[in-house]
Design a protein around this ligand. Structure first.
Ligand code: BES
Ligand code: MN
Ligand code: ZN
Length: 508
């Protein structure tokens, strides 16, 4: 989709479709009001007759409006004027996109920037427009033999602004929105790929392809023999039951000041989680193809970072494995030595995410990172605790927590902090190794998993995001969400803004 910004009166737009907002009950947004005044009160007459109330989800398509030069007008309901929040604004945009795609218009002039969204400015609204419209048009049909794409899909959107002085900020908002949307799409595509095609080697190829595409990105793949030699026996224990060899994928982006320590993103890339010998029950097991969505979000965020040319040093680390049962598979009771030297008694082979991440975290120490963020579909317990709206957040460094909470607010990609107290640690005691990989009961499973990881994250500032409930949707709308690409990208955008501020200060 192509996005542009433009100022100008709505009635003067030569467009295939003019999109105007209507509040409940029957109140016009400022641009709709202006249009109405010039066009002889067509809209207010319609509303008076009761054809549209302005409720969210409602819309009305008009043709041949006198005095107007557009081909169509789409009126969309926005709900109560004082109650439009992030969620409502996105709902309105999603509805607008689907409706526009049902018309014959391939281009539209959208006047929804004048909808007042609580606590949000123009830049935010434009960015959300780009992200939401791209997201709403997404489908994953590469593996369908008959595609059901719209006959004449929407290709170009013109977003209205009130004047010249808003131009450059708005264009920047479009660039950011487009980069985030592309990152989200990449993450969704990778997540939705079936596990027979998307295996660790596939993820490694994707990393190399990305590095091919963008010269500022370098890819490096660590193979099993090298990992074995280094001592990543926890990671390799997960992979050993699978016919697919493990890959530790490294993506380096070095566009920051040479003295800046890198921000490291670590992704859980279990391309299929059968549970291993601790086999999962059959119900919804197909969804365990999504157990690599943490890895997918690292790809997406890095791509966004590259496209926005952020002045940062960022490393993506992806632990890519398949967790399968077989004669070679790890048994419950096996004890392995992790890269850190700490030994782990594997009591449940289905608690595999923490086993691959612990070695990836120890490996990240070599980069002397400014901060490490791991992203993992780690525990079903996180879904029990928080449901499917926020990512679970754990951290050993409160300022880093605050930075992510701020980025979550800006990007509307929400997080909720859960505790990481030492009180929980003893649940991981083992009689035979330094620790077990699970606790003896199901209490606080998401916290216990995070506590396990914390033992391998002592040497840097660290955040763990449990995205088990947020990485994909189940049920009829089954599919990857691409989260937390918006959150991660915003975090990096905020760090880049810090660099620019420091540069400005140094110049003084
Ligand atoms: N990938 C799963 C977590 C998961 C399950 C995410 C369902 C989303 C939906 C993870 O590897 C796992 O199996 N965790 C176990 C841990 C348990 C054995 C301590 C779980 O959550 O049941
Ligand atoms: Mn598992
Ligand atoms: Zn898993």
């Amino acid at each position: 989709m192509e996005f542009t910004v433009k100022s100008g009166n709505p009635e003067k737009q030569r467009t295939a479709c003019l999109v105007l907002g209507v509040y409940e009950s029957r109140r016009l947004t400022p641009s709709a009001e202006q249009f109405d005044a010039v066009c002889g009160g067509v809209l207010s007459n319609l509303l008076r007759r009761g054809d549209l109330e302005g409720k969210p989800g409602q819309s009305l398509l008009l043709f041949n409006v006198p005095e107007a030069v557009c081909e169509r007008v789409l009126l969309v309901g926005c709900g109560r004027e004082r109650e439009v929040d992030d969620r409502r604004f996105r709902q309105v945009l999603t509805h607008t996109t689907t409706t526009l795609n049902e018309t014959g218009a391939t281009e539209a002039a959208v006047y929804l920037t004048d909808v007042a969204v609580k606590g949000r400015d123009l830049r935010w609204k434009i960015r959300q427009m780009v992200e939401t419209i791209e997201e709403a048009g997404y489908r994953f049909d590469t593996l369908k033999s008959k595609k059901e794409a719209p006959r004449r899909p929407l290709r170009k959107i013109n977003i209205n602004i009130s004047g010249r002085k808003e131009q450059s900020d708005s264009e920047q908002a479009i660039r950011e929105g487009a980069a985030i949307a592309a990152g989200v799409k990449l993450a969704r595509d990778l997540g939705n790929m079936p596990p027979n095609l998307c295996h660790p080697a596939y993820l490694a190829e994707q990393a190399q392809a990305l590095a091919q595409q963008f010269p500022t990105l370098q890819a490096h793949i660590l193979e099993e023999p090298e990992m074995k030699q280094m001592g990543m026996h926890a990671l390799l224990a997960v992979s050993q039951g699978s016919a697919q060899p493990a890959k530790l994928i490294r993506l380096d982006y070095r566009q920051g000041p040479p003295t800046q320590k890198p921000y490291v993103l670590v992704g859980k890339g279990v391309t299929f989680d059968s549970g291993g010998i601790s086999l999962k029950p059959g119900e919804a097991m197909d969804e365990m193809k999504y157990d690599m969505c943490g890895a997918a979000s690292v790809f997406g965020a890095l791509q966004a970072c590259v496209e926005l040319q952020l002045p940062l040093n960022v490393t993506g680390l992806i632990a890519a494995v398949e967790n399968m049962p077989s004669g070679q598979a790890t048994r419950p009771g096996d004890i392995v030595t992790s890269l850190s030297g700490q030994t782990v008694e594997i009591l449940n082979t289905d608690a595999e995410g923490r086993l691959i991440l612990c070695d990836a975290l120890t490996y990240a120490e070599r980069d002397e990172p400014a901060a490490v963020i791991d992203i993992a579909t780690l525990t079903g317990a996180c879904i029990v605790a928080l449901g499917r709206h926020p990512h679970g957040l754990f951290s050993n460094h409160p300022p880093l927590t605050h930075a992510l909470q701020a980025a979550a607010h800006t990007s509307s990609d929400r997080v909720w902090e859960l505790p990481l107290w030492d009180d929980y640690q003893e649940a991981l005691d083992s009689n035979f190794a330094d620790m077990a990989n699970i606790a003896g009961n199901r209490d606080g499973g998401a916290v216990i998993a995070a506590c396990f990881l914390a033992r391998f994250a002592k040497k840097f500032h660290w955040v763990h995001l449990d995205i088990a409930g947020t990485a994909w949707k189940t049920g009829k709308a089954k599919g990857a969400t691409g989260r937390p690409v918006p959150l991660l990208t915003q975090y990096l955008l905020d760090r880049a803004a810090e660099v620019s501020r420091e540069d400005a200060r140094a110049a003084h």
